[in-house]
Design a protein around this ligand. Structure first.
Ligand SMILES: Cc1ncc(COP(=O)(O)O)c(C=O)c1O
Length: 409
């Protein structure tokens, strides 16, 4: 089928017939992407501030990813983890350098990376803490959709329908060290935290909290697990978001941006927690040559193109633009966040309406909740892109301001 023929098909009707209805989709069928832009099946262009939900860190179809994947499919598409795999080892080496000494295990998604982290923590408990198994995680967190990661996720909405959930998880308020201490018992083996909560609406942890967690874990012989699935791979202006806090976790999980759009997950362990033995854990596809070749290309490009510095600079520029818009439109507050991980609080639950209006004007945004507008654009963003996005958002907000609900106090 040619592209024109493909674009003529009624994708929405076809999806209803053939795909399970798990996603609340925007009315948009995307067919192509380049840099910070995507095109729909009618040829309309959009500036993409969703980036696959923090996945396309190098933008769409970055030449480094395209070349790495194209080359790899001509060499080796898949090989079992029964054998050594050069790309997998190269990516583990790069992550070992970035993390200053952690060793990797690769999987295919963030949830799987967290499952691996939970198993590793339970092994730690078995060996070093009298069989302790419980993980304390944070309210408003998000750790995945498997049963164990749903149990670890501190949002009632995700847990409500799926009981009984696996045992051994407990949530406490985010940024409340005293609550963590009070929740710790002889059953506790680890603390799982996002240094910057992503799905929860872009909430960075306080320095006191992260440093306090590290100290508490050392004192109590617990493992500190940082979920870097969304905030990692440079999004906050550091390769790992925990680097902002002057701490080092024992276990780190990654996914999303790590292979620039090719599915991957990673679970890294510092020497103290690096205790998996052969047979303890496994995967068929995890660390697949294509995914890891894309991961190698992603990390090398982040370094070569100085994208950590760019995420910091562009993040500040974006925040300054949002700040200006918040003065103009009373229903949006000052922005919060770090690097290219930003959100604004929206009054009257107008975030989904703003997302809709922005889409009509050619800007893709996302709302994590009716009162939260989230921006997680690619790290290759330029000031020109931000200027254009601000203009498009300004138009969208002007449409919204005309609605009676936006006038309410
Ligand atoms: C912090 C965090 N952890 C874990 C996950 C789950 O990742 P995946 O959807 O790849 O399973 C997500 C997904 O949004 C996330 O943001």
């Amino acid at each position: 089928m040619t592209t024109t023929e493909l674009n003529k098909r009624d994708w929405v009707a076809l999806e209803q017939k053939y795909y399970q209805g798990t996603f609340k989709r925007q009315p948009l069928t995307l067919v192509r992407g380049e840099g910070a832009r995507v095109w729909d099946s009618d040829g309309k262009v959009y500036l993409d501030f969703v980036a696959g939900i923090a996945v396309n860190v190098l933008g769409h179809c970055h030449p480094a990813i395209v070349q790495a994947v194209q080359h790899q499919v001509t060499q080796l598409v898949h090989v079992s983890n029964l054998y050594y795999n050069t790309r997998q080892i190269e990516l583990a080496e790069l992550l070992g350098i970035q993390s200053k000494g952690m060793r990797s295990f690769f999987s295919n998604s963030g949830a799987e990376a967290n499952e691996g982290a939970i198993k590793l923590a339970r092994k730690y408990g078995r060996l070093h803490r009298n069989g302790a198994f419980e993980i304390i995680s944070m309210e408003n967190s998000f750790h995945g959709r498997t049963l164990a990661t749903t149990a670890a996720t501190g949002q009632a909405f995700y847990q409500a329908s799926w009981g009984p959930l696996p045992d051994g998880f407990k949530q406490v308020p985010f940024n409340d060290l005293q609550a963590v201490k009070e929740a710790t018992s002889e059953k506790t083996v680890g603390i799982l935290v996002e240094a910057v909560q992503g799905e929860g609406g872009i909430w960075p942890a306080s320095k006191e909290f992260m440093q306090g967690l590290r100290k508490w874990c050392d004192e109590q012989n617990l493992v500190l697990i940082c979920d870097e699935v969304q905030a990692g791979t440079g999004r906050t202006g550091k390769f790992f978001s925990w680097e902002h806090y002057g701490i080092r976790p024992d276990i780190v999980t990654m996914a999303k941006g790590l292979a620039g759009g090719v599915p991957i997950g990673a679970m890294l362990a510092a020497p103290r927690a690096d205790i998996f033995a052969a047979g303890d854990h496994g995967t068929t596809f995890g660390g697949n040559p294509i995914a890891t070749a894309a991961g190698v290309a992603t990390i090398k490009t982040i370094i070569e193109e100085k994208l950590l510095e760019n995420a910091t600079k562009m993040g500040e520029y974006l925040a300054s633009k949002l700040q200006t818009l918040s003065k103009k439109y009373p229903f949006i507050d000052s922005p919060r966040g770090i690097g290219l991980m930003r959100a604004v609080h929206v009054k009257h639950d107008l975030a989904p309406v703003i997302v809709q209006k922005a889409l009509e004007h050619g800007l893709l945004l996302n709302s994590t909740a009716p009162h939260t507008l989230r921006m997680i654009p690619p790290l290759i963003l330029t000031t020109g892109d931000i200027d254009e996005a601000t203009e498009l958002l300004d138009h969208a907000l002007a449409d919204v301001v005309a609605l009676p609900i936006a006038q309410a106090k």
